[in-house]
Design a binder for this molecule. Structure first.
Ligand code: ATP
Ligand code: MN
Ligand code: MN
Length: 301
């Protein structure tokens, strides 16, 4: 029988009015981590997480019986989340209107966790101006078995190429296998232009260095390479948000880091939900000041 492992340092947990049931349910069986511990993690990092999570359409990865059982991606409000989880009407390609979920508070986050949510994924735009992205994300996906050193090098190179065209970017550890390179934008250009920019940028890199990079969706073309997933930058697509816990072994989290920290890391799973105190401290510290901030406009490419 797995026993819930105590969190080493429990930071003061902000109060939420949302009651978490079944706190002792083990949802990370390999680590013995419980729903209650996940809720405490999210409550602790909420001030940092909401900076990114609040007020944008989100998709949830829900695993009501834990990460080792059935998990599903949920985009639309089925009406079961209660008053703290809001919805915004979004027009789909086929003309229909669908209610997308968003939250703007700790209570909203907790209501999602109460419903079995582990992961929060966000659109690249805010509810207030859904057609105008406020960030670009290049999701670097290494082929099976590729060394993390290659991912780091790829992220660094992307940073350099972005800087060459006047764009500042920040690295986010995905908590999985890769790194996301995040470019904050002034919400100005609309989705088609932003997607087109991201695609042309990714294709230019893969054309210049076809042995290292591919911008091709087909898995068969990715052998030994890094797929630059530019498709996070189309209307309706999501990317994992900073401070989100992953439904993967040992509860890794998506963590903002600096470029110099990235050089010394050996995996994208450096932080886990046990690191709430560290993550919060880091979020308030000097090194991550301005991470992901400062709207930019896309240059002509
Ligand atoms: P890794 O570093 O291991 O690749 P990741 O979060 O980047 O982790 P990806 O599979 O590359 O995982 O997916 C990138 C993003 O695409 C995810 O963060 C998520 O927001 C979105 N995504 C992934 N799977 C789905 C899905 N089934 N439905 C909708 N969106 C998805
Ligand atoms: Mn990825
Ligand atoms: Mn991807």
């Amino acid at each position: 029988v797995e026993k819930p492992a105590p969190l080493p340092e429990t930071p003061p947990v902000p109060q939420s009015s949302v009651k978490i049931s079944s706190r002792d349910r083990v949802i990370y069986p390999e680590a013995g981590l419980t729903k209650g511990q996940l809720a405490d993690y999210y409550a602790a990092v909420a001030p940092a997480a909401l900076r990114w999570l609040a007020n944008r359409p989100i998709s949830l990865v829900r695993c009501p019986q834990g990460r080792a059982r059935h998990c599903f991606f949920q985009k639309h409000d089925a009406g079961s989340f209660g008053a703290h989880v809001h919805h915004v009407d979004v027009r789909e390609k086929d003309g229909s209107i669908e209610p997308y979920l968003y939250v703007d508070s700790l209570d909203g986050m907790m209501a999602c966790v109460q419903m079995g949510t582990i992961e929060f994924h966000g659109w690249g735009s805010l509810v207030a101006d859904i057609e105008k992205p406020d960030r670009l994300v290049f999701d670097l996906d290494p082929d099976e078995g590729l060394d993390f050193a290659m991912v780091k090098k790829a992220a660094e190179d992307l940073k350099g190429h972005l800087a060459d065209i006047g764009l500042t970017s920040w690295p986010l550890l995905s908590g999985g296998k890769g790194v996301h390179v995040v470019v904050p934008l002034v919400p100005q250009a609309e989705w088609p232009a932003v997607r087109s920019f991201a695609e042309r940028f990714a294709r230019a890199l893969s054309t210049a260095e076809p042995e290292r990079f591919t911008a091709n969706l087909k898995k068969a073309t990715r052998k030994g390479k890094i797929f630059i997933d530019y498709l996070r930058n189309q209307r309706g697509a999501t990317a994992v948000l900073p401070y989100v816990a992953r439904a993967r072994e040992n509860a890794p989290v998506a963590a903002p880091i600096t470029w110099s920290e990235l050089r010394d890391l050996e995996s994208a799973k450096r932080f886990t939900i046990r690191d709430a105190a560290t993550l919060l401290e880091r979020a308030a510290g000097r090194a991550l000041q301005g991470w992901g901030e400062g709207g930019q406009t896309l240059p002509d490419l």
